[in-house]
Design a protein around this ligand. Sequence first.
Ligand code: CP
Ligand code: NVA
Length: 302
Amino acid sequence: MKNLLSIESLTAAEIEGLIDSAAELKATRGSHAEQPLAGQTWAMIFSKSSTRTRVSFEVGVRELGGSVFFLNSNDMQLGRGEPIKDTARVLGRMVHGAIIRTFDQQDVEDFAKYSKIPTINALTDEEHPCQILADLLTIRERCGGWEGTKVAFFGDGDCNMGRSWAWAAIRLGFELVIAAPKEFQPASDFMSRIGDYTPVTITDDAKAAATGADVLYTDTWVSMGKEDEAADRLRILAPFQINDELLSLANDGAIVQHCLPAYRDKEITESVLEARENEIFDQAENRLHAQKAVMAALAEKS
Ligand code: CP
Ligand code: NVA
């Protein structure tokens, strides 16, 4: 593994190895035997807002012995039109790794190709692989693993989270049901890419999706960059809210997960979020441990 650009590009063994390493790093936080980023400087280039991703990477690099700096792409020549491949070739000669949050997946792919340094996708419109790794760690901690687990994703099934969940289910073989209205089901080009035989089911029946689920997952209905569509999205996605009624259909012991930020009484009710805050904020904490595992793995290869 030279980069983390998507869940699609990982094997099951790579995903499982990262989750094992994340659990180990979590257990040994504050007393790591090794400092895999010692002597390294990593750059973070973000074109979108962030709380969890930015903080967890900034803390994570330091805990692994490295230095890190943050750049808003608008403050760079990138924001005035300098091509990503030129930016990548400059940074590739100066820093040891890059963490990029942007719109177009091709930009992180190009950055990795031209910079030749370990590159991490910190969210694009296509995928959010770091979030999925943290979610899988949480599912392992809370449900004992994902084998035989039914994950139900509610809301915008065609956003980065829906797509990354689909790849995780395909790679690891657990059942995933994406419950979304027709307008927000994964697009046909994506469905043809994942193929006919997958553990992924798409439905517009939220109750059927929740029935027998072990994990109820949601994400904002208005992803970054989609603000102009907010009014339509809130109206069309309203029947896909995680609330007490939906939760009552899930298996005993089912957990609720939200990648955050959460919009109360939109994709999740205030009461469900607060009743399940422990599992949701454990999930947020796991961003730190999962991303440290990713950086440690990439540093080993570079
Ligand atoms: N879940 C997540 O990526 O959060 P941020 O947008 O705050 O980084
Ligand atoms: N789908 C959301 C995820 C936020 C972490 C977005 O892209 O805004």
